[in-house]
Every structure is written in C-alpha cells, then in structure tokens.
Design a binder for this molecule. Structure first.
Ligand code: C2E
Ligand code: MG
Ligand code: MG
Ligand code: MG
Length: 284
C-alpha cells in the first residue's frame, strides 16, 4: 500500500458514517412494488468540461415515486435493493427509462456521454454486458458514449466473474468509471490492473478542497497518479466556483455538481441544454 492509499480509508470512513445517519430505508415489499409498477423516473445531471465549460455528458440518477407521487431518493432504497437482490430489476428499469427518454427527445442526448450507475452485484451476472448492449442498440447511441459507473463496495478481484464482466463490457465498447473513489475499498494499486477509463472523485473530498489543505494535496496527488494510469477524472459535488477553479488548475477534466446543475427530469434537461448553449454563444 502506498502512503496515499493508507491515508484514504480513515478520512473517507468518518464522512460515510456521518452521512449514514439520516437514511430512511424503505422495506423490500414497498421497493419491489414500486419497481414492478414502474414507479420510477430518471433524472439527468450535466457534466461539464472544466477548461472549456462545454457540456460533455449526463449522469442518470434514479428516483422511485411513491403512491402519493413523492420522489424517493436512492439513499433510501439502494441498500434494500442490494440486500434483497433487486439490483438486476432496478438496472433494467433504469436503462429502459433512459431508452424511452432518448426516443422521446434524441436531440437532447446527441453527442453526450451517458453515465449509468450499476451495483457491484451486477458484475456477478455474465449476461449483463449483452443485456445492456441489447437495450442500448434500440437507441442511436454508440456503446462508446455509455459510461458504466461502478462503486467498488466489494473488491472486484474477489468476485466470481467481476473481472470477466469488466472485460466484456469494454469489448462491447462501453466505458468504465470507478464511482465514489475514496470512500470504499478501491485503491489505485488495484485499479491499475482493471480496464477503467474514468475515475470519479467522491464528493466528500471535493467538499473539503478549499478548507482542508490535507485533502487538497491528497486530491492533487490522486489526480496526478490517476492521470499516469490514463484515467479521465470527474469531480462530483462541486458547489462553488472556487472549488471548480482549484480542480481546473489541478487538470481535473470534468466537473459535476449543484454549481452547474442539479439532477433534473428530461423536460427540464432539454431547457437547460438550450439555455447553456445560448449562454455560451452570447458575445461577452
Ligand atoms: P453517485 O453516483 O455518486 O451520484 C452522485 C450523487 O450526488 C447524486 O445523489 C447527486 O444528486 C448528488 N450530487 C450531485 N451534485 C451534488 C452537489 O453539488 N452537492 C450535493 N450535496 N450532492 C450532489 P443521488 O441522486 O441521491 O444518488 C445517490 C447514489 O445512489 C448515487 O451516488 C449512486 O451511487 C446511487 N444511484 C443513483 N442512481 C442509481 C441507479 O440507477 N442504480 C444504482 N445501482 N445506483 C444508483
Ligand atoms: Mg454515479
Ligand atoms: Mg459518485
Ligand atoms: Mg455517491
């Protein structure tokens, strides 16, 4: 283990336990019913090129809809999904919903990368790359523009078919991203051997960039090391311009966060994109 890797775990663990406190977990029966009834919506959060300020892609973030029409956020059901094996159903529904949104407004997604979150549990299913490919084929989107985000909650090397699935996804043309880097078991030493294209720095690091010098230098080193591995860097949870500027200076390629836009439904995304382009084309 490098010094950097050793430094990561305690820092990240303290943040995760604070966040864990306000989680309200919905029961298996409820989550299953909502999924079976297609009570879900995908929100899209823009990803911005920090140097050029162009829109590069969107991340798909699922919300369930309860019987009163109230949105339920992933923190309140992902654990139930994963402990009761609902991850495959969730993934299928999310990809179906995205494909339906795409058919409704293909122009909205033209030239963008589309990031999809999958559970590490999905990497235990050999049919996953083919299933995903089959669904994406119904759109005009090339697999190269689909980024599969994986949070390494379990070490992929220890999984039955994890590595094989990653390789198959890459062979189909999909890109792979390691999500929430810094919070889990993932260390750069392991990632080096895996076919990832992108690394997402967790919000708990981004949050502290301008206030905590130790986080700042850690993030700086992380970006350099990840670049040596040929990975593109995305910073998540950017909320202020100072943080964006610090990341830009550290050569982080992509930024995502409330500073630019919150995750939003398709109709709102279309407006946001039109506005974003209008602002960009405005003479200064
Ligand atoms: P994630 O993939 O790391 O997604 C980023 C989360 O941070 C999202 O929360 C997003 O709304 C939030 N976020 C983005 N920018 C900011 C910011 O500037 N400030 C703050 N405070 N938050 C920001 P969300 O949508 O609640 O999702 C939480 C997690 O649930 C996701 O973390 C992802 O791991 C998981 N998730 C979301 N959609 C899916 C899905 O379709 N399938 C699976 N398996 N997991 C999903
Ligand atoms: Mg993600
Ligand atoms: Mg993340
Ligand atoms: Mg996260």
């Amino acid at each position: 283990r490098t010094i950097l890797e050793t430094l990561y775990s305690p820092l990240a663990n303290s943040t995760t336990s604070i966040l864990a406190e306000d989680i309200c977990e919905h029961s298996y029966e409820r989550v299953k019913k909502w999924l079976d009834n297609d009570q879900l919506v995908v929100h899209y959060q823009p990803q911005i090129h920090l140097q050029k300020l162009t829109l590069e892609g969107v991340e798909c973030l699922v919300r369930l809809i309860d019987d009163d029409g109230i949105l339920i956020y992933p923190n309140d059901f992902i654990n139930t999904v994963e402990t009761h094996g609902l991850n495959q159903v969730l993934l299928e529904k999310v990809v179906d919903r995205f494909c339906a949104d795409y058919q409704q407004n293909p122009k909205c997604f033209a030239d963008l990368s589309i990031s999809i979150n999958v559970s590490a549990l999905d990497l235990d299913r050999l049919s996953f790359p083919d299933d995903l490919w089959g669904k994406i084929k119904t759109t005009n989107i090339q697999p190269q523009n689909i980024i599969v985000e994986i949070t390494e909650s379990r070490a992929i090397e220890q999984m039955r078919v994890g590595l094989d699935i990653l390789a198959r996804l890459r062979l189909k043309g999909f890109q792979l991203s390691i999500d929430d880097f810094g919070t889990g078991r993932a260390v750069l030493g392991n990632i080096r051997k895996l076919p990832y294209n992108e690394l997402k720095i967790d919000r708990s690091f981004v949050d502290q960039l301008t206030s905590n010098p130790r986080t700042l230098s850690l993030t700086h080193d992380l970006i350099q090391m990840a670049h040596h591995l040929g990975l593109r860097i995305v910073a998540e949870g950017i909320e202020d311009i100072q943080t964006a500027e610090v990341l830009r200076q550290m050569h982080c390629e992509i930024g995502q966060g409330y500073l630019y836009a919150k995750p939003m439904p398709l109709a709102q995304l279309a407006h946001w994109i039109a506005q974003h382009h209008a602002d960009k084309d405005k003479p200064n």
